[in-house]
Design a protein around this ligand. Sequence first.
Ligand code: NAD
Length: 331
Amino acid sequence: MRKDAKVLVTGAGGFIGHHLVKYLVRRGYAVRGVDIKAPEYEATEADEFVIADLRKSSECMKATAGIEEVYHLAADMGGIGYISASHAGIAINNTLINAHTLRAARENGVKRFLFSSSACVYPQYLQESPDVVPLREEDAFPAQPEEGYGLEKLYMEKLCQYFMDDWGFVTRVVRFHNVYGPLGTYDGGREKAPAAISRKVAALPDHSEIEIWGDGKQTRSFMYIDDCVEGIFRIMRSDYSAPLNLGTDELVSVDGLVDIICDIAGKTLVKRHDPSRPQGVRGRNSDNSRLRSVLGWEPSTPLRVGLIPTYRWIEEHMAGRSHRPVQTAAE
Ligand code: NAD
């Protein structure tokens, strides 16, 4: 594609969208960013940034007018505390955002459309053990996704496929596995484990107690933001249209994650587990076989390496606004 082509990033005020805008601008694309809010931590680099509510069809038509490719990241989302407490709100908001954006993109003659799906589409019954077998794309069916958020993502994946099969509308579907990095939400209730734990560690005095949701044995893999935007771009440019995992297969327990972050912070903390808090599935990991065969590439930043700038950014940002109270958060 021409480098001066006009591309749209929805959710450009959010974590991944904001980083993706920077990546695309640096590659010479003319970028329109759209979101219901501006980026929280620094100014956008988009050529054009539009505040719009993509639940409304008319706003989606305006957002996609004159656009060649859409990176669709806008969504009502958050960590496990948020998504397990808001099934109705998340499902209805994302249904409206996704259906309207997809249809508007097609009606406006967009050439390619990338949908940001999630590992939350995978069946709960395959994720009941901490030493989980890494999830392959075909494992999504028979389906038993995460309630609300995951079920809606799975439906939108199929909608993308139907638009492609029936109408030849070119779509890409990316299943992100937990993404972390600087400029990500770290308080307020929507943050995910790496950011929530970093915030807690930064706020706590050495040798004090840290509260951990669940028994700490639940496992996940985490992808650094630079790998995520690189992967998004490569998948958009590929000729592969079925859903693809985008994550790492470096499995870590939540306790292990706490240990790494404490190490980076130079603090020794005593873990206090709270099993009454939501912890999500017991184990989740990404099988990257298909990603490797399609792209000849996969995310490669080790967790310990990516967590250093992430922790430092959160620590510095908290120090810069130390007048704000540290809130209890989701993980
Ligand atoms: P984020 O919450 O930081 O970004 C999403 C953005 O969508 C927000 O800025 C939000 O304001 C915007 N948005 C919400 N409702 C909107 C509306 N009605 N109109 C316009 N904009 C609206 O989340 P993120 O981590 O950057 O996630 C981006 C995408 O990746 C989402 O689709 C998410 O479901 C998916 N995803 C993320 C992760 C992760 O670990 N971060 C994992 C799996 C999937």
